[in-house]
Design a binder for this molecule. Sequence first.
Ligand SMILES: Cc1cc2nc3c(=O)[nH]c(=O)nc-3n(C[C@H](O)[C@H](O)[C@H](O)COP(=O)(O)OP(=O)(O)OC[C@H]3O[C@@H](n4cnc5c(N)ncnc54)[C@H](O)[C@@H]3O)c2cc1C
Length: 404
Amino acid sequence: MNAIVVVGAGQAGLQIAECLRRGGHSGPLTLLGEERWPPYQRPPLSKKYLGGAVADERLFFRPLDYLAKQEIEFRASTQVVAIDRANTRVLLANGEQLAYAGLALATGARPRMLPVPGAEHPAVCYLRGLEDAQGLLVKLAAAARVVVIGGGFIGLEVAATACAAGKTVTVIEASERLLARAVAPIVSQYFADLHRTQGVALQFGAQVTRLVPLAGGGLSVELNDGTALPADLVLVGVGGLPNQELAAQAGLTCANGIVVDEFARTSDPLIVAAGDCTSHINRRYPTPLRLESVQNAVDQAKIAAFSLLGLAQPYQDLPWFWSDQYDVKLQIAGLSQSHDTAVVRGAAVSGAFSVFYFAAGALVAVDSVNRPADHMLARKLLSAQRAVTPEQAADVNFDLKLLL
Ligand SMILES: Cc1cc2nc3c(=O)[nH]c(=O)nc-3n(C[C@H](O)[C@H](O)[C@H](O)COP(=O)(O)OP(=O)(O)OC[C@H]3O[C@@H](n4cnc5c(N)ncnc54)[C@H](O)[C@@H]3O)c2cc1C
C-alpha cells in the first residue's frame, strides 16, 4: 500500500494532490480539510469578495466533481488532530485513523490575535478564511465606522474595500509607515497618499491599548497617546502565525513554521510540508524563509509532491506577490529586505512606477505600481539573474528587455 495523505485542503494542499496524480502516483490519495468547503482561493476575500462582487462558489479552485475524477479522495470538515509517526497514521477528530506511506502537511497559517483587553468583542474581526469573510461581509454592511488595526496588505485591502463601500475608515499602524516590512518608503508613501485621497484616516506610531464597549453599540478603540476612536467594526490585520502545532506535537522540527529543507522535506523522511505553514529553504536565499503568498504555496507544493514521488528537486523559484487596493495593483517580484540601493522607474505622481532594489550591485527585487509589464519583466530578469545597473533601471528610455 502506498497511500498518501495530504493534511490541509488549501492552495498548497490541492496543488500537492494534483501534482502527485500528474506525476504518476497511482495509489490512494486523500486530501483532508478541516473547513466546510472544497479548496478555495483566499486572495479575493479581502478584495472583490468583500466588495460583494463574488459568490462563494466562484472562489472554488475546481468544479466539485473534479477531485473525484482525479481519484483524489477529498474530505471536507475533517480535522487531523494527531500524527502517529511510529505507526505512520494520522488521527482524525472523529476518532478515525488513516495509514500513510507518505504524508504532506499544508496546514497554512492563522491570524495573530490582538493581545489587548476587550479584543474578544464580537465587533472585532479577523480575516483568514471564507467563514471569516462571510461574517465580515455582514458586519461591514451594518457598520458606519470601521477601524483597521495594522497597515499591512490585508488591513489595507479591507480598508480600501470598506472605503469604497462608503464607510468611515481609520487605519492604525504601529510603525511610521504602511507596508513597512515589505516595500520601500516611496511605495509606502504612495499608498498612504492613495488612502488619504480616498478619505481614509491613517494614524502612525500608534499602539492599541484596549477596546471598550460603547453604551450605544460598537467599541472605543483606545490608543497609547490617549486617542479614543469609536468603531462599529474593528478589523485586525497584524500578521499571521504558522499552523505548526500538529507537526510540533508529532516531534517534527518547527521554528517559526514547520522546518523543511530545499526539497520540502521535514525532519521525518516520510513527511513533507509546503505553503504558509513552513519555514523553508529556497536556494536563492541564504537564510530560511516563511512566506504567506500564493506563489510560495503553489511552487513549494510542487517541490513537496516531487519529493513524495522520489524525484527530489530543489526549491529555487522566485518569490512574487500582489495586492489590489482601489484601482491600484501593486506587484512584487523578489525579496527586497537585503537591499542597499533603490531606484525609481517612472514617477510616483503619475500613479505608475516601479522601484528596483539592489544589494551589492545586484538586482534583488522590484515593486511595481500599475506597471504590470515591469513586473513580468522583473520576474524574468530576476529568475535569470541578469545583470541590471541602477542607471539602466531608472532610465525609462532604456529598454530592459534588451537584457534578457
Ligand atoms: C485575505 C487574504 C488575502 C490574501 N491575498 C493575497 C494576495 O493578494 N496575493 C498573494 O500572493 N497571497 C495572498 N494571500 C495569501 C495566500 O492566500 C496564502 O499564502 C495561501 O492561501 C497559502 O496556502 P496554504 O495552502 O499554505 O494555506 P491555506 O490556504 O490557509 O490552507 C491551509 C488549510 O489547511 C487547513 N488545516 C489546518 N490545519 C488542519 C488540520 N489539522 N486538519 C485539516 N485541515 C487543516 C486550514 O483550515 C486551511 O483550509 C492572502 C491571504 C488572505 C487570508
